[in-house]
Design a protein around this ligand. Structure first.
Ligand code: PLP
Length: 422
């Protein structure tokens, strides 16, 4: 084995959910003859209308005079100009902004964007001070666990819980009595809607976080991978918020283009430039083929239409199936709580006082042919002990209705047995 540096060692670790995915893939491939209902997937469903849209714009690109320019040449690090122009025009019209091309950066997927930001704004300064990357509400996206070269820089806050016990529902809130942003903060990051919980921070909560960060010029990255206008995977009203220290970060992955790796950052030109330089050093620029078809889909307005008329209702209906099946099959007297389904492509279930760990619960579900993701992988940066971390699971909304129904019915039986035995 080659000797590794600190960074080499850090980056060659499997973080969060990737470690569990290995177990899931091995389970699915084991060939034990058992059929599994897979409720673990993070990959979006290929919806026919969405695939057709990308196919149509690809056909258009293939026969256009731009083809050579797009595919056979390098471009600018900031991104393919027609895509940047389409984003500027769309956002200015939609949200009444005054963006120019300098406010936009295109990256190869949004994960890359968080990697750039986490390491440009978080970590050690030239004078040796540690700047923290703050996750204001844990749990959050497992991928944040691997974005920094300086793991001690990542710091997540425990949330406050809003519990509706009779309804078996709950919702996480940022705990403003704890959340602290100071001159030692490098950046703030959260997903809205949230993977894994489906939570949507309210407009007020977001404004409050941005206001705490503003006096220190701390960038606030709002991971909008599921937000409107595309993929518009919000099931509750929400307004994308912009501001001097806000970096609005988008992804086309949940709008049907995960394979092409397109991330979009919108924000103050000074933040955008820092990230653009990082990108030049790392990979020069994002794939131009994906950018060219995205430019057409955004410019025409088709992507936003498909998002609200096809993508959103598809997943919203799946959440209803989870909710209705749990309500009808879960034991009424046990402390189970489903997170309010406000968006994204997952449901998040909290089993309070679960007598076994989330990992053991995941193993027991496997025994009855159901695969979910144990929740403890979704608390990156949360260092303190908290029993809640071992009491949750993530349920993917990418399965079929009957699979979700059967999966939830089997889960309800396992829940009953597990609490009864204790
Ligand atoms: N942020 C969140 C909240 C996600 O769920 C994902 C992917 O699942 C990403 C970022 C990464 O997406 P991308 O494909 O744009 O890198």
């Amino acid at each position: 084995n080659p000797a590794l540096t600190q960074f080499g060692d850090q980056m060659s670790r499997l973080t969060g959910v990737r470690a569990i995915m290995k177990d899931i893939i091995e389970t699915l491939q084991a060939g034990s003859g058992q059929e599994f209902i897979n409720l673990s997937a993070g990959n979006p469903v290929i919806l026919p209308e969405v695939e057709q849209l990308w196919r149509d714009y690809t056909t258009e690109l293939l026969s256009s005079s731009d083809y050579g320019e797009v595919v056979c040449r390098y471009g600018s690090s900031q991104g393919y100009q027609p895509l940047i122009d389409a984003v500027v025009k769309d956002f200015n019209r939609r949200y009444g902004l005054k963006l120019t091309a300098r406010n936009v950066l295109i990256t190869p997927g949004s994960q890359t964007l968080y990697f750039f930001a986490a390491n440009a704004f978080g970590g050690y300064t030239t004078s040796g001070e540690l700047k923290q990357i703050i996750l204001p509400l844990s749990p959050d996206y497992t991928g944040y666990g691997g974005i920094t070269l300086v793991p001690e820089a990542l710091f997540a806050y425990k949330p406050a819980l809003d519990i509706d016990a009779p309804a078996h529902r709950f919702k996480y809130r940022p705990d403003f009595s704890q959340l602290t942003i100071t001159e030692n903060t490098g950046c703030v990051l959260f997903s809205r809607p949230c993977n894994p919980t489906g939570n949507v921070l309210t407009d007020d909560e977001v404004r409050k976080i941005a206001a705490l960060a503003a006096p220190y010029n701390v960038p606030v990255l709002i991971d909008s991978a599921y937000a409107p206008p595309f993929p518009a995977l919000n099931f509750t009203e929400m307004t994308p918020l912009f501001g001097d220290n806000i970096l609005h970060c988008m992804s086309l992955s949940k709008a049907g283009l995960p394979g092409e790796r397109i991330g979009i950052a919108i924000g103050d030109e000074r933040m955008i430039q820092v990230l653009e330089c990082f990108q030049t050093n790392m990979c020069i620029h994002s794939s131009r083929y994906g950018q060219a078809i995205a430019a057409r889909a955004i410019e025409s307005g088709t992507l936003a239409d498909i998002a609200t008329n096809v993508i959103r209702p598809y997943y919203q209906k799946k959440f209803d199936v989870v909710e209705n099946t749990l309500d009808s099959s879960m034991p009424k007297d046990l402390p189970w709580f489903l997170h309010r389904g406000e968006g994204a492509i997952f449901a998040w279930l909290w089993l309070e006082d679960l007598p076994i760990t989330d990992w053991e619960f995941y193993q027991q579900l496997k025994q009855v042919g159901v695969i979910v993701v144990p929740g403890s992988s979704f608390f990156p940066g949360l260092r303190e002990e908290w029993a809640h971390k071992q009491q949750c699971i993530r349920i993917s909304l990418t399965a079929t209705d009957p699979e979700i129904e059967t999966g939830m019915q089997r889960l309800a039986k396992v829940v009953e047995q597990v609490y009864l035995k204790a």
